[in-house]
Every structure is written in C-alpha cells, then in structure tokens.
Design a protein around this ligand. Structure first.
Ligand SMILES: O=C(O)CCC(=O)C(=O)O
Ligand SMILES: [Fe+2]
Length: 204
C-alpha cells in the first residue's frame, strides 16, 4: 500500500475543550478507498433518509444505510429504522477502524452524498440508544468535504476537510457539548460515502 507522507498525530485532540476528536488522516490508499467506495455504492442497502423536521416528515435526497451486529430496530431522527446485518466489506473496514482506534463498535450508519448539493445540518449523535459518551468513528470515501464542529454554548466553530480514505474519531463528551455538520458546497460535483461506526445499547 502507498504510504502517506504527512500522517497527523492521532493522539492530538482537535477540540480545545469539552470533548475529544482525533484525526488519523488517510488510513486507506487511494486504490483501497476507491475499491471500498465502489463496493459499498453497489452493495449497501441504500435508501432515502426520513427525518422529522419542525414536526414534518421529510424524505432527504441523501441516501443512508444502517448496519448492526443483529437485525434490530432503533430510532434516529425520531423515526424507527431497521438495521441490516454486516456486509463483508463493511466488516473489513470495521476491523481496521477498531484496530487503529482501540474502540469497539456494534453498528454503522452509511451516508451517501451524491454531490455538494447534499449535506447534513448541525446535530450531535447522542440521541436514542447510542451508548452515552461512546466513541464514534467516521470514515470518509470519495469527494473531500468540509466538516464543521460548533460548540453548543460558546458557539466556537472549527472546520476540517475530510478526504478520501480518512478517519476521524469523536469521543468522550464531544456529542454532549459540540454539534457537527457537513455543509453543502456548490464546488463539489462528485459523490462521497461516509461511514460512522457507533455503539448502541442493545435494547431489544
Ligand atoms: O458525513 C459526515 O461526515 C457526517 C455524518 C454524520 O455526522 C452522521 O451520520 O451523523
Ligand atoms: Fe453525526
């Protein structure tokens, strides 16, 4: 595999306070990332996301797919979802991410942004059955996109670029104190897949 010259220090905390975010840089070669992107594009159980916004039921153009250790239902954005059992390529990525981060994950949300017109508004991933203060690992494939953190009370903002094959880890109190978003951009004309590996409490 090609190696990357300027690997960041994954132990450095990118947040100034109230949480921990570690950036591992590119953990896949361009070839590997392209390969995973194509496989997931083809094989993942993509469907349009449904969310509740201002009391309205909205179907987004962004697509999502949920995977978990066993088939179970859970709630995300106030709507019940059903997860599917792991694809082999997702298990490969999960193993790699667990090995690098030293964390364990039992589910994964995939997001497919067809181009820069699709993004994700400010939110934190702490709702429902997500294990409190558990780590969330975010692996990006395809188009590089801006990723923004905003503190819930100080409103301090921090921006990062998440490139093809890169890994970001959010842990500790991050979700409690910080929101994050993927802003839309007119400059991006190609797709991106993001995988967030998570820990959920098995409630059913
Ligand atoms: O696409 C991304 O980088 C962010 C995804 C995200 O925040 C989420 O799925 O909760
Ligand atoms: Fe999120």
């Amino acid at each position: 595999m090609e190696l990357f010259e300027h690997q960041p220090d994954p132990h450095a905390n990118l947040l100034p306070y109230d949480g921990t975010v570690n950036y591992y840089g590119k953990i896949l070669s361009v070839e590997e990332a392209t390969n995973f992107f194509e496989k997931l594009m083809q094989n993942a159980a993509w469907k349009n996301d449904e969310v509740m916004m201002f009391g309205k039921h909205i179907v987004t153009s962004r697509k999502i797919a949920w995977y978990a250790d066993a088939e179970m239902d859970y709630t995300y954005s106030q709507i019940k979802k059903t997860a599917t059992v792991w694809l082999p390529e997702l298990l490969d990525l999960k193993n790699k991410v667990e090995e690098l981060t030293g964390e364990k994950f039992n589910s994964c949300l995939l997001n497919l942004y067809h181009d820069g017109s699709e993004g994700l508004g400010y939110h934190s991933d702490s709702e429902g059955d997500i294990t409190k203060n558990s780590a969330i690992a975010s692996l990006s494939l395809g188009a590089a996109r801006k990723f923004v953190f905003k503190h819930k009370t100080t409103k301090e903002r921090l921006e990062f670029i998440l490139g093809n094959g890169s890994l970001l880890l959010m842990k500790g109190e991050t979700q409690r104190h910080w929101l994050h978003s993927l802003p839309p951009s007119k400059k991006i004309h190609s797709p991106r897949i993001n995988l967030t590996f998570r820990s959920r409490n098995p409630t059913n």
